[in-house]
Ligand binder design. Sequence first.
Ligand code: ATP
Ligand code: MG
Length: 364
Amino acid sequence: MKIVLQHLTKRFPNRNKKIKEDVIAVNDFDFEIPDGKLIGLLGPSGCGKSTALNLICGLEKPTSGRIFFGDVDVTDLSPEHRGVGLVFQNYALYPHLTVRENIRFPLENLRGDKKLSKEVMEEKVLEAAKLVQIQELLDRKPNEMSGGQQQRVAIARALVKRPQVLLLDEPLSNLDARLRLQTREELKRIQLETGITTVFVTHDQEEAMSISDMIVVMKDGVLQQKGKPQDIYDEPENLFVASFLGTPQINVFKGKISGEKVFIGDAAVMDAKGIADKDVFVAVRPEGFVIDDNGSLECDFIAREVMGRDTSFIASHPSFVGENIRAIIPSEEVFDGKNRKVRFRLKPHKVRVFDGITNERIRL
Ligand SMILES: Nc1ncnc2c1ncn2[C@@H]1O[C@H](COP(=O)(O)OP(=O)(O)OP(=O)(O)O)[C@@H](O)[C@H]1O
Ligand SMILES: [Mg+2]
């Protein structure tokens, strides 16, 4: 089921009484979520991710704009008539019910000609439990299970009615690192198996990158960029997107374009054919640095951290924005650290240049 958002906007009155303006939690969302794909909705805390999800499922009414599931306008439909499955951050299982009863719960509310027999319900519960591989746990209570198992029960409960759309709001945030990794792979498998259009909210860029077919990056209610994870990583359209995706973070320097060259301080690091002189930000992915005695960018060497496969070079430069440069260098690279200086050459395809005022990408 494809989801179409048409100029979708949600305003809230500002809770801070001194500020008159509304909070625009979702600002003019106008795009399509393709059928059968897993979409990662990504952005920092407070940017409007949950609001966007709540609009899609019908828990919130938009201030303006419309939502379509396929060709059907669902904007005025209540959540239970939209055919969505929801999983929240705190999985909100009923503690006094067993796993079986928790998963069955949405089915028991069906009325009229949708009412199901006990046998059919049992069948559907079993099917959903198998999908998330908890069929052995059906008689347990939530407090007799690990966080990851509880999360699976919540997913099974969201899937039991076979929704057209599955919406997940930070579903992994209560899990420890290893379980997160495992559960996100599970989610991807379940999504592939069922083919249900899924929107997955997270503020964790790595999580979004690793399982999404498409990522939507937002900030302050405004869509910044959408596309395939790798494309967004490689071709960010503004400095915010460049900085939000990737660990370690992209390294940002203040610089300038002058005489068709990109400068960081006095060092010319790249060509900028046909671009007028201006102040810019030069952003370099950690893997974009090459140690080279003839490299133009001289930095103060601080430390080298061994990480096994590669090493992390920590350095500083007067034009660097933020704390320290972090460069990822293959571990076989020799470096003596003489004079506490290190010279780098930059890989052009790992360097992105942004306008110093608008922060928009300048394509070189
Ligand atoms: N019911 C409400 N009334 C007033 N303001 C609200 C309401 N719900 C959300 N907001 C505001 O709208 C903005 C977006 O909130 P939202 O919960 O969608 O962000 P989020 O991206 O999900 O954040 P987080 O990652 O912290 O969950 C915030 O500024 C928030 O304070
Ligand atoms: Mg939220």
